[in-house]
Design a protein around this ligand. Structure first.
Ligand code: HEC
Ligand code: HEC
Ligand code: HEC
Ligand code: HEC
Ligand code: HEC
Length: 174
């Protein structure tokens, strides 16, 4: 009898601490689809992907593969030193390249710092298509948030693929 009562109170404590954790998490507000994100240069994915350029040509995921990364301006200038060099947009690009400064692209998808996310694991190990998390980027002139990146979305896909879902998997620093 006393063992039973003991077990019940352990369960109760576990249940209470779970509710406490759930209360700490306020679901992030996401507007889907999001508004078009204004960029410093009118770069179009649609134009460049239609020419046959691949996502991985520009988003190389170097090193540990955490970031997809943005292409270097010298890479763009490989074509634009000659292609459309009279265009005002290309002149902005050329000015950044000449100063050896990265174009300050505005971010479309961004996790808070407490989240641990690695592109390589998802793209190369789990074989997830870019489109599953970013939508049909290759058809867009200007990007906007198309897919949810909320904690529930991450966890639902992990559950579906039997990937780990403990808090410390995505919040390793907690
Ligand atoms: C499982 C979901 C998922 C997949 C698959 C995915 N991404 Fe991402 N992507 C994210 C998340 C989450 C962020 C925000 C990361 C952050 O803020 O740390 C992001 C950010 C980015 C960024 C900007 C920041 C950075 O990481 O350098 C680029 C560019 C990007 N993704 C491109 C791609 C491309 C290209 C592919 C396919 C090769 C791809 N992503 C596949 C979820 C994904
Ligand atoms: C493989 C060659 C190539 C690379 C690399 C390339 N572009 Fe282009 N880009 C083109 C071509 C070709 C066009 C013209 C397409 C058209 O108008 O039909 C173009 C068009 C553009 C335009 C529109 C110019 C205008 O005024 O019409 C911008 C802006 C642009 N590119 C930016 C970039 C940026 C930024 C990068 C690097 C991230 C880049 N490009 C990389 C070939 C390239
Ligand atoms: C010619 C180079 C180039 C190619 C090819 C390219 N991208 Fe990009 N990508 C860029 C540049 C430059 C930006 C920043 C400007 C913008 O957001 O439009 C960007 C931004 C992004 C972002 C937004 C990142 C963020 O969170 O701010 C995503 C997602 C993305 N690319 C995915 C893709 C996918 C998926 C493909 C293939 C279908 C692809 N890209 C092909 C150059 C490229
Ligand atoms: C499209 C489905 C999908 C989505 C969406 C997704 N993941 Fe994953 N994730 C996976 C799969 C599958 C694995 C297991 C990969 C493997 O086999 O190791 C994984 C593994 C991970 C890992 C463990 C990686 C490691 O370093 O061992 C982390 C951390 C992670 N995901 C974080 C996230 C975060 C954060 C988000 C949301 C921003 C997210 N994931 C969204 C499918 C997804
Ligand atoms: C598969 C990845 C993943 C797992 C597992 C996960 N989280 Fe998250 N968590 C996220 C992402 C992505 C965000 C940011 C987006 C959002 O707020 O929805 C987040 C945000 C949070 C925040 C809000 C932080 C802030 O910026 O205010 C809290 C609190 C949190 N998580 C707690 C937890 C707890 C507790 C668990 C275990 C029950 C957990 N998380 C498991 C991905 C994950």
């Amino acid at each position: 009898m006393s063992t039973l009562r003991f077990r019940c109170s352990v369960l109760l404590v576990a249940a209470l601490s779970l509710t406490a954790q759930e209360k700490e998490y306020k679901p992030k507000e996401e507007k889907l689809p999001g508004d078009p994100v204004a960029q410093p240069i009118a770069y179009s994915h649609k134009t460049h992907v239609a020419m046959g350029m691949k996502c991985a040509n520009c988003h190389t995921m170097p090193g540990d593969g955490f970031a997809a990364t943005f292409p270097k301006e010298t890479m763009c200038m490989g074509c634009h030193a000659t292609v459309k060099k009279e265009s005002a947009e290309i002149q902005k690009l050329a000015a950044f390249a000449a100063k050896k400064e990265p174009v300050p692209w505005a971010r479309v998808y961004k996790n808070p710092d407490i989240v641990w996310f690695n592109h390589s694991v998802h793209v190369k190990v789990a074989k997830t298509e870019c489109a599953e998390c970013h939508g049909d980027v290759g058809k867009r002139d200007i990007l906007f948030q198309e897919k949810s990146l909320s904690m529930q979305t991450c966890m639902a896909c992990h559950a579906k693929h039997e990937a780990p879902n403990g808090c410390d998997v995505c919040h390793a620093s907690q």
